[in-house]
Ligand binder design. Sequence first.
Ligand code: WTA
Length: 664
Amino acid sequence: MSHDTPGPTATAATSQQGDALENLLHENRKFAPSADFAANAVVGAEVYAEADADRPAFWAKQARELLTWNKDFTQALDWSNPPFAKWFVGGQVNAAYNALDRHVENGLGDRVAIYFEGEPGDSRAYTYAELTEEVKKAANAFESLGVAKGDRVAVYLPMIPEAVITLLACARIGAVHSVVFGGFSSDALRSRIEDAQAKLVVTADGTYRRGKPSALKSAVDQALATDGHSVQNVVVVKRNGQDVDWHEGRDHWWADTVEAASAEHTAVGHDSEHPLFILYTSGTTGKPKGILHTTGGFLTQTAYTHKAVFDLHPETDVYWCTADVGWVTGHSYVAYAPLINGATQVMYEGTPDSPHQGRWWEIVQKYKVSILYTAPTAIRTFMKWGRDIPDKYDLSSIRVLGSVGEPINPEAWMWYRDVIGGNKAPIVDTWWQTETGAQMIAPLPGVTETKPGSAQVPLPGIAVDVVDENGASVPNGHGGFLVIREPWPAMLRGIWGDPERFKETYWSRFETMYFAGDGAKKDEDGDIWLLGRVDDVMNISGHRLSTTEIESALVSHPAVAEAAVVGAADETTGQAVVAFVILRGDAVDSGDEIVQDLRNHVGKEIGPIAKPKIVLVVPELPKTRSGKIMRRLLKDVAEGRAVGDATTLADNTVMAQIAASLKK
Ligand code: WTA
């Protein structure tokens, strides 16, 4: 194994900081796969050339190898009407059949599909045969509640097997699921239900959070409290038995509908371009965007990347992705790809510190997890808790480590490799987005010499580049904007109900290329380093939040006249929400009280994850002459730096006023 000595400059504290970024690019440690790992890897270096030779043909081959089609497709890609792509044209395929039935038909019915670990310590295992049966029942139950092909189903569930069962049941009958993260408020849930015009909501009475029961159903009740919504039925999983309000006729217990339904259900093929799901994500403007994914391309790329990037050996591996089903990672790499690939996976309901800070490692030891996929924010939290904790457990089963959601700083990368991976498991840092549907940039663990902190190389069949202002490819050693030059199978097919916004958001900055919203650099070897968002989207613990969305929430509070929000570098969460607010003339600055009030208000409007870490009451906000808030300057304040170039401010005394008010 080649292992250079650590570079003296590779000590970036967080990857968001400018000077730290410079350091990143001088990273000179490299870790080649062991000969043994490379020899047994499921894909080798030849895939790059194969994909380059004919991209659509490469993906067509994967589509036919990885999926069982009810009807074969006649064309790999139709890009005659960009940016609206069609993949595997004319093909028909059923996601649930591919994730379940066919494995049972192939004699794998007894293989465990899901090891579920509840937060309180309860556990359940589902074999492929059992999971298939559950999904067939759920499909029948949803149909009996009037859900038909093309209808939307809102899902507001914790990380329990019923979440996966619900998603696959929807896919089976051609209904379009729209998962809303359980940490979002009833207001956020309502607006998403409304935008998608969901007919059915699937939820649970509650879940467990740090040993305590927490409620979910009550938020659904609130979201549906006023008339005029599209929801006809609510199916409720009993998770912790807490009291719930009951709306006769509308509400149905899972046990009475799903469990009581017939386990006979035939999956029919759906068009390759049939909508599979909508997932809302924060953009640069206030309203979250409903990102639309369709069937054939999404399944192909998620399954391929899951196999290639994690070096999946489904007969022997135990895979664990810690993402919640409320985010895209929990869709692509929990609900779909592992099951399509016939893998055995672990699913955990709770937090990493419940009931103790070794919980994750206890789970790894218990199930002999061999592939672990998580986010840098979690890794940094474990670093803070200390290596003594993971060191108490047997983690020797781990052979591949994945990272996703935000740039991983080299320290966290090295710690992950050393403490969790026993200095042998390759780390795959995977860059992708809700919009890309599947991984786009990542090392191949049996091929790539990995570098701490870089996602490095576009996956085979993916055309990623870094370009300057004018869209010209930058040379090695330079930075710019991350773009995707060619359509890819799992790409979003649009924004639900808003084709114009789709074009405008992703295809107008560089007309013929997809603009990802991320800054990136190419190092001297041409490897790609992700540098964070270049727009007003923040990344808090790997979760996307928009500055403007939180600003709108703040100004909807009666005491607030104006608000500006920035994502400030944070050691653990990557970025933290810092809000600057101007109070209304008649509102009193009651110090802690108003701050607490505003934080709670944001929690109610959007969800607890959006609560600002810090709220600063200021007399003015820095604006340009055209009235645009200069968040860059506020970020300097929030990160405790000298304020940068303020020459374009309309009123150049503003920063001094802010500084003076904060001193008080
Ligand atoms: C960021 C999550 C650096 C990036 C799958 C992107 C990353 C946004 C990485 C998408 C990574 C995700 N390195 N940055 N490996 N992975 N990002 O839609 O800014 O929740 O645009 O999808 O997260 O977040 P989303």
